[in-house]
Design a binder for this molecule. Structure first.
Ligand code: NAI
Ligand code: MG
Length: 354
């Protein structure tokens, strides 16, 4: 078995954490007899410096010829004064769009060893294991018409929240398929009491559910969901929602369970998939060898499960990370008194060992 991976280290701590993920994948490759072909390419600030373009044509071509894309992070002060359409972040938006990655998956899992880092009480958070699936290529972030103009002598800004049936169908299907391999519950989040777009969302999700009677479906208004996530986070399994609501709820769900350095993500399309940590390029700690590689490594684990169809390998990595945290290994961002402060490389080594 073989898996061709486009590797995009990007900027800041990107290259440091990418190196960790690749070492872990190499260890996995030995154990499971899978052959990874790593092809490194440029994105973000690094690509701007080398070619003037945050997403060179070559990178995009390579991504389209690969089974999966692993991305670390882009951005930094050096490029902050460039016009918006030539900044590092543009490379990220463009690759998501070009690969038609319509679903963004963000797991929120509470690590018992890290409960100190959660803003919630231990008994509330212990055992939380949820997944937010956010629609990523539609909704109000892309809807037309949009604009800023003068009306009746004053300035107005407006956007359009719009969803087509096919956009709702494909993400609902994905949510039910994923829920089948988890705890078989989907919470669909909308604002159907106020928005027409949400009424359609609810109707289509309910229709798709007919083919998934083994999965429980509940509908929830977004404001209520924001509250329930804090009050009873353990009750959620898969949350599926549109672009705007998902942007907000996925950040909330991430914050529930602790540190930014622990949060992976996957962006999935019909043909392509891209895996990246939730955090950015952390320029404040770049080049020091102290970044937390776990979000990047867990993103690689999501790739193993979803693209490479090796769920056991993904579980191996997750279990190793549990173990390492229980043993008290901590990078600076998750350090607490009484635990062992380690570097990026030491953390990676420990994970591979377990
Ligand atoms: P950030 O996520 O890079 O950093 C926020 C804070 O968390 C910093 O104090 C950082 O040191 C810490 N942090 C983040 N990841 C960490 C890790 N793995 N280990 C230890 N500490 C970690 O967000 P910020 O500071 O808002 O943005 C920095 C740059 O990253 C900007 O140029 C921004 O545009 C870019 N960015 C890129 C993203 C991406 O590539 N997907 C996402 C978010 C921001
Ligand atoms: Mg966000």
């Amino acid at each position: 078995k073989s898996c061709k991976i486009t590797v995009l280290p990007g900027d800041g701590i990107g290259p440091e954490i990418m190196e960790s993920a690749i070492e872990v994948l190499k260890a996995i490759s030995k154990k499971y007899g899978i052959n990874f072909e790593f092809h490194e390419a440029l994105i973000g600030g690094a690509a701007i410096d080398a070619t003037g373009d945050p997403l060179p044509e070559e990178t995009l071509k390579l991504a389209k010829e690969s089974d999966a894309v692993l991305l670390a992070a882009v951005g930094g002060e050096k490029w902050d004064n460039l016009p918006t359409d030539r900044r590092p972040e543009k490379g990220l938006l463009k690759i998501r769009k070009e690969l038609d990655l319509f679903a963004n998956l963000r797991p929120g899992k509470a690590y018992t060893a890290l409960l100190d880092a959660s803003p919630l009480k231990e008994n509330l958070i212990k055992g939380v294991d949820l997944l937010v699936i956010r629609e990523l290529t539609g909704g109000i972030y892309f809807g037309e018409p949009r604009g800023i103009e003068e009306r009746n002598g004053e300035k107005v800004g407006y956007n359009t929240m719009i969803y087509y049936e096919h956009e709702i169908k494909r993400i609902a299907k994905l949510a039910f398929d994923i829920a089948r391999n988890r705890r078989k519950k989907v919470t669909s989040v909308d604002k159907a009491n106020v928005l027409e777009v949400s009424a359609v969302w609810r109707e289509i999700v309910t229709e798709v559910h007919a083919e998934y009677q083994d999965v429980e479906l509940e509908h929830m208004y977004v404001d209520n969901c924001a509250m329930q996530l804090v009050r009873r986070p353990k009750d959620f399994d898969v949350i599926v929602t549109g672009n705007l609501f998902g942007d907000i709820l996925s950040d909330e769900a991430g914050a529930l369970t602790g540190s930014l350095g622990m949060l992976p993500s996957a962006s999935i399309g019909e043909r392509y998939a891209l895996y990246e940590p939730v955090h950015g390029s952390a320029p404040d700690i770049a080049g020091q060898g102290i970044a937390n590689p776990i979000a990047m490594i867990l993103s690689a684990a999501m790739m193993l499960e979803i693209t490479c169809k090796l769920p056991e390998a993904a579980r191996d990595i997750e279990n190793a990370i549990d173990k390492v945290l229980e043993e008290g290994y901590r990078t600076g961002d998750i350090w607490a008194p009484g635990t062992k402060k380690v570097s990026t490389k030491e953390m990676t080594k420990a994970i591979i060992k377990y």
